[in-house]
Ligand binder design. Structure first.
Ligand code: ATP
Length: 269
């Protein structure tokens, strides 16, 4: 994106080392190790309950865990909240949206780590917010209350807030879950553009394996809280892996924009 827009100040390298986490006494993640290069897009895939959201929330410091997360070599455990929010932004799968807030004001919250406490938005903040909203076709919804937006519109507003943060690493938990195919592609294309133009680093979970295979440059397959495969989409998305870890019957078709996963239904009786 253009200078003055929602550009990233350059992506950062993310290293996750020996990350384990759980709920109470139930372990969920077991010694996860991952590296994402600056400007890389890692999609964490895996069946329901394999620990994808827990992994993202642990890496972001929202969930207690063991192990270490480093951003450009700096352990995030030693970072202040504001410093962390300047380097990492998060668009959660099921965000709690404040009642009665206008869409533009909600997106402007993304500027909080960049401005003085309780200070009014500056010209640069308004410019970044306007640019992000424009990119996500939210301009016409700026004066609407969040609660009146459709599920897909709310999802785009959540992404806009995260992008307005101008992070070095963008974490997306199921960013296309509520989106129709056109809007899913629009959102992923925008994230891809930011990655290519500004080197933004992206870590996302994605249930849609075809979208994961077409947009991410690396995939990590999580199963029972462990990374069981990691590599390029073509390396990870195999019919065998989908059968073993998802219990799915599927064909993997290799096209020009990456592998596509085609479900194969059981024989009609
Ligand atoms: N607040 C919680 N308390 C107890 N257990 C939890 C909690 N949140 C998640 N879990 C459990 O942790 C495991 C991993 O959940 P998580 O949401 O990380 O998986 P996921 O891979 O993101 O799943 P999905 O694809 O269904 O969104 C699951 O067994 C889930 O039931």
């Amino acid at each position: 994106m253009s200078a003055g827009g929602p550009t990233s100040p350059g992506g950062a390298r993310v290293e996750v080392v020996g990350l384990s986490a759980g709920y109470g006494r139930t372990p969920v993640l077991d010694s996860v190790r991952l590296t994402v290069e600056p400007g890389g897009w890692l999609a964490v895939i895996g069946p329901n309950g394999s620990g994808k959201s827990t992994l993202l929330r642990s890496v972001l410091g929202f969930h207690p865990h063991e192990g270490q997360v480093r951003v450009d070599g700096v352990p995030t455990s030693g970072m202040r909240r504001r410093e962390r929010a300047r380097s990492m932004a998060y668009a959660p799968q099921a965000p709690v949206l404040p009642d009665g807030v206008l869409t533009r004001d909600y997106v402007t919250l993304g500027r909080t780590p960049h401005r003085a406490l309780l200070a009014a938005p500056r010209a640069v903040d308004r410019e970044v917010v306007a640019d992000v909203m424009d990119r996500l076709e939210l301009g016409a919804l700026a004066e609407r209350r969040l609660s009146t937006l459709s599920g897909g519109e709310q999802q785009r507003a959540v992404l806009a807030r995260a992008l307005a943060q101008q992070p070095r690493v963008l974490f997306l938990d199921e960013p296309t879950a509520a989106l129709d195919l056109g809007h899913a592609q629009q959102v992923l294309d925008l994230v891809d553009l930011l990655r290519r133009q500004d080197g933004l680093t992206v870590v996302s979970t994605l249930h849609d394996l075809t979208l994961a295979g077409q947009y991410a440059d690396r995939l990590a397959l999580l199963s029972d809280g462990r990374v069981v495969a990691e590599g390029t989409p073509a390396d990870v998305l195999t019919a065998q892996a989908l059968s073993t870890h998802y219990g799915a019957r599927a064909q993997v078709v290799h096209g020009p924009s990456g592998p596509a996963v085609l479900p194969v239904r059981s024989a009609v009786p």
